[in-house]
Design a protein around this ligand. Sequence first.
Ligand SMILES: O=P(O)(O)OC[C@H]1O[C@](O)(CO)[C@@H](O)[C@@H]1O
Ligand SMILES: [Mn+2]
Length: 405
Amino acid sequence: MRSARCGRGLALEGTEAEKKAISLLSKLRNELQTDKPLLPLHDDWVDTDIWNQYLEDQHNLLNENDKKISWFQSSWLYVECYLYRRIHEALVLSSPISDFDVFKDSKDQNFLESRGAIEALCFYLQESKRTIEVVDENIQKDEFCKLLQIMLWGNKCDLAVVPGQSIPQTSSPLTILEGLKPFILVNNMDALWSLLLNKRKKSQENFSVIRVDFILDNAGFELVTDLVMADFLIASNLATEIHFHGKCIPWFVSDTNIKDVNWLITQLKAAESTYLSTCGLIWEDYLKKKTWVYHDHMFWTLPFEYCAMPHVAPDLYADLQKSNLILFKGDLNYRKLLGDRKWGLTIPFHEALNGFHPAPLCSIRTVKTQVQAGLAPGQGEQVADSNPEWMTSGNYGILQFDGGP
Ligand SMILES: O=P(O)(O)OC[C@H]1O[C@](O)(CO)[C@@H](O)[C@@H]1O
Ligand SMILES: [Mn+2]
């Protein structure tokens, strides 16, 4: 009897929490639609003070007439990040559903709809691992480059542009790579290969660690492409440890957090296909043995451009300095790497990073926003001639490398 009453009490508490979250979210929508001033946060999350200080700084910086900073009158990058942080606030303030990820269903859906392509990829990975010790360097390079391109085109699968509309990967991703090559505007795959190959040669002499970091982007199909590459790097001794960096709160609809990683591994392990279940088991083991390490520093869900990292998150910057190669996935990471500024298209990538050089790094991104540097003279104009929407279509990609400090 007592436990039935207790159960009813919990259900009631849950319903009240849902109502509260929905009312906070509709208030947020109204503020946005009517260009109201941005408000300080009222929750007590680890980063609340940082966000409120940022708002105050923006206000002091941009507003001579003491007008409030509003949704349509502030930088797009800041306001967009603020939107996702306010969605998080609405949940945090609605205990006991504070941990609920409002985007989880759409992320899971993307994985489920891409199952065929994921199976093809896991099959390819296991076949190439079977022969890894006997094949020569050129074949390994070829496989490495294929997996890089799959990681790149996997970034088309974000859900932030058209929320709720998953872009599943239905056919085998490997068959379309050749046809997509002309759409890679900056292609530094050779530089990545040389860097890791040299590291491997040194490591075979002196047993040194080779650390590769993945600054993750979207869950679902894109995350699988990243994990497939991470597995290949370990199996081919091109890396000895992998560090993944995900988001600690639901972010830009489809971005990866730890629950997405765990859910993915559970799904793979339980799959009927042995290609999928083998991947699930191996990846779980890598995580257990710390060959793969997952991190979720709060800096990744703050509005700062990355050149601010040494001041805002010196611990994270110092950690990234230990890496031999950092792979930044996706469009939002690129915007933050370049401070969301409208650089001249031919300004060197190194310069546009504005002092952010923790280690050699590479952006792997399909171009979805008007932020781009490091193109060859005349290249931007030429692409614009054939496709005026080239910067927002997501049809072009870059694998853009910077050698570091
Ligand atoms: O998942 P990605 O590649 O970072 O893309 C997120 C998308 O959301 C945007 O913020 C657009 O709303 C762009 O940065 C990008 O088109
Ligand atoms: Mn994303």
